[in-house]
Ligand binder design. Structure first.
Ligand code: SF4
Length: 337
């Protein structure tokens, strides 16, 4: 398979549209999304449930439910290869080896009837030409690397015998077993308590630096983004509404949705009686507005034209893209004339 040129992004998503067939009609959960992930970069994808974050990661992994979800337009290019042109056998070689994934609830990803060691060995044996003994040795080393004490005995235990934090560490061990170039972490700490969350994030960051890995971190938690990410993409109702580097996003958020997400983060040095929350819910796929801004029904800054003019994602400042009619460059060309 083709390898990337120097300086080329590791992953490039171009105009991606992912649709779901509901009662014979196609509804797009991801609608015209473009972004890049460079080598060794951590890109955060933020938004509430139903914003299309996870569907996007399943599209990148080519793991959409067959016959229900499909990429209807655009491209996902990994290491210079359009994944649409890869066969299932070729994709299987990439998954787990070059791109791997960790999920919010490791119990759904770990098989309850096999030991931790068996499952780790399997990942290694599937992608590397090594003996079972060698796989077991590496499995124990991986468990040590992710901070599991007693790795020699944990290999013989079953997932239900471990705490949530330990299971997530095992998932990370499985995900990094083949030293992937890209790790997709989908809400990796949401199911864990706060202390364990911090430990897992620190572990991910250490491994990312040590292995020179790129990470797509999917989360609803801007606090996690602040800790971890270089670049941030804010998604709402299947579209990117803001994209910039992490410092700019926190010091100069521009989209009203991002600003509301910011207000929901607890601040260390400020005493607030209640945290901000965003009224209303993300529109369902069937109720997505056909024209206008998809955030209009919840936006405190909405103007009458927000219901009729659809904003476009455009650069409003150097390296800072926003999709909101409050900014002239986000207005469609025919509106600006
Ligand atoms: Fe709010 Fe209008 Fe901007 Fe949408 S386009 S975020 S409704 S101000």
């Amino acid at each position: 398979m083709q390898q990337p040129n120097n300086g080329a992004p590791l992953l490039e998503v171009k105009g991606l549209k992912t649709g779901f067939n509901i009662d014979g009609e196609i509804y797009h959960a991801v609608d015209d999304v473009s972004f890049k992930v460079n080598p060794r970069q951590i890109v955060g994808i933020v938004g509430e449930s139903g914003c299309g974050k996870s569907v996007m990661s399943m599209s990148v992994m080519k793991l959409l439910p067959i016959g229900i979800g499909e990429i209807t337009d655009g491209e996902v290019v990994f290491q210079g290869n359009n994944i649409e042109h890869l066969t299932e056998t070729e994709m299987n070689k990439i998954r787990g080896k070059d791109i791997s994934m960790i999920f919010q609830e490791p119990m759904t990803a770990l098989n309850p009837v096999f030991t931790i060691g068996f499952q780790l060995d399997e990942v290694l044996l599937n992608h590397q030409n090594i003996s079972k003994q060698r796989a077991r040795k590496i499995s124990i080393e991986l468990l040590t690397q992710v901070g599991i004490s007693r790795p020699d005995s944990i290999v013989d235990e079953y997932p239900h015998q471990l705490s949530g934090g330990m299971r997530q560490r095992v998932m990370i061990a499985m995900a990094i077993a083949c030293q992937p170039k890209l790790l997709i972490a989908d809400e990796p700490t949401t199911a864990l308590d706060v202390t364990v969350q911090a430990q897992i994030l620190e572990l991910l960051k250490t491994i990312q630096e040590k292995n020179d890995m790129s990470v797509i971190l999917i989360t609803h938690d801007l606090g996690v983004v602040a800790e971890m990410c270089d670049e941030v993409i804010v998604m709402y109702a299947g579209k990117i509404v803001e994209r910039t580097d992490v410092d700019t996003l926190f010091y100069n958020p521009k989209h009203p949705y991002t600003k509301l997400l910011m207000e929901s983060i607890p601040k260390l040095h400020e005493e607030v009686e209640t945290l901000g929350s965003i009224e209303g819910i993300v529109p369902s796929l069937k109720n997505m507005p056909k024209t206008g801004c998809r955030f209009a029904d919840r936006c405190p800054a909405a103007m009458p034209e927000c219901k009729t003019i659809t904003p476009v994602l455009a650069e409003v400042e150097d390296g800072h893209d926003v999709s909101c009619l409050l900014y002239k460059s986000s207005r469609p060309v025919e509106e600006v004339k």
